[in-house]
Write a protein that binds this ligand. Structure first.
Ligand code: SF4
Length: 325
């Protein structure tokens, strides 16, 4: 249940990767994968983070849990800025922040048994002895809808949905407070997707977890998210309580993403015509001035060419970065 207290405060986070090194070493070109992004996630809540591939959403998740070192900005976790902590100092926090990966096939070591995969982090963090660790593995398997005999089997003996359950049990092994769910249902059959989302919701309310739930479209985050952030080319372009965003999307990019969700009712579908985005996403290497969406925006005006819109709160925590508002 939400405590209405931020567990995570992200302030002006940047993650740049060197794209090309200059000869003299002082004029590199950078991929600005995450470029000055700020948001909070309250304890026990879920922020859904969406956008097309390459928008920076996965890099944001990986930078927050320090799989990547941030280029600049603050990552305040449970009141402490962890952005600049070194590899030793980060260890107690690393246990509290886990990740569920997109690909349940690639993310599990095929040579290890399921029991060893889930128990590995317990051993690394020296949380308990061998016997208790085995008991905990059994408990975690039951928590994700598998049974204790599964501990002795290997990942290839499971379906995609079961493997994702194993990945979730592994993330839970060290009793995290915060989990980055990086497109955890994108690689699964549609029939399995809802089961995994429901299970993540149940685990959240049972264990008081806080999630950053990354997805490439808005249909996947609708039910699980308390708030939604929409990213475009390294920038947060809209950030809003979930219900409000679906009722009243403000940014032209969010409107296009929402219009792409299939509507089962033919009358409603007729009213909600799909907005087709034209033009190419510009390169994230040294992006041009002005609004990064201008080449694909049907409302673009002269100011959009020169001035980059700031993310502004229009009231009720609904923030948008667009010169129309
Ligand atoms: Fe479109 Fe201009 Fe708004 Fe960018 S700032 S989304 S180009 S109207």
């Amino acid at each position: 249940m939400s405590q209405n207290k931020p567990l995570l405060e992200i302030r002006n986070l940047k993650k740049y990767f060197v794209a090309q090194k200059s000869f003299l070493g002082n004029n590199h070109s950078f991929v600005k994968a995450v470029d000055d992004v700020s948001f909070n996630i309250n304890e026990g809540e879920t922020l859904g983070l969406v956008g097309e591939s390459g928008c920076g959403k996965t890099t944001t998740g990986r930078t927050i849990i320090k799989l990547y070192e941030p280029t600049a900005g603050e990552i305040i976790f449970d009141g402490k800025d962890i952005a600049k902590l070194n590899s030793k100092e980060i260890m107690p926090y690393r246990r509290k922040m886990q990740m569920i990966f997109q690909d349940p096939y690639a993310s599990l070591d095929a040579r290890m048994t399921v029991g060893d995969i889930i128990g590995e982090a317990i051993d690394i963090h020296k949380l308990m002895g061998k016997k208790e660790s085995k008991e905990r593995v059994k408990y975690l398997l039951s928590k994700v809808g598998l049974n204790s005999e599964h501990a002795n089997r290997y990942p290839h003996e499971f379906s995609g949905g079961q493997r994702q359950r194993i990945g979730i049990a592994r993330a839970l092994a060290v009793e995290p407070k915060f989990i980055v769910c990086d497109e955890p249902i994108s690689a699964l059959d549609v029939s399995i997707q809802a089961q995994v989302v429901n299970m993540l919701e149940d685990l959240q309310s049972d264990l008081g977890l806080t999630y950053l739930f990354i997805a490439h479209d808005l249909s996947m985050v609708k039910h699980i998210s308390t708030k939604i952030g929409v990213m475009y080319l390294g920038k947060m372009v809209e950030l809003s309580p979930s219900n409000e965003l679906y009722k009243k999307p403000l940014h032209p990019y969010t409107q296009a993403l929402l219009s792409a969700i299939p509507v089962p009712d033919p009358d409603a579908a007729e009213k909600n015509k799909r907005i087709m985005l034209e033009g190419e996403t510009p390169s994230p290497i040294n992006p041009p001035p002005g609004c990064r969406f201008k080449g694909r925006c049907r409302y673009a005006k002269p100011i959009c060419e020169e001035s980059e819109p700031e993310l502004k709160d229009l009231g009720g925590d609904h923030c948008v970065a667009c010169h129309l508002y």
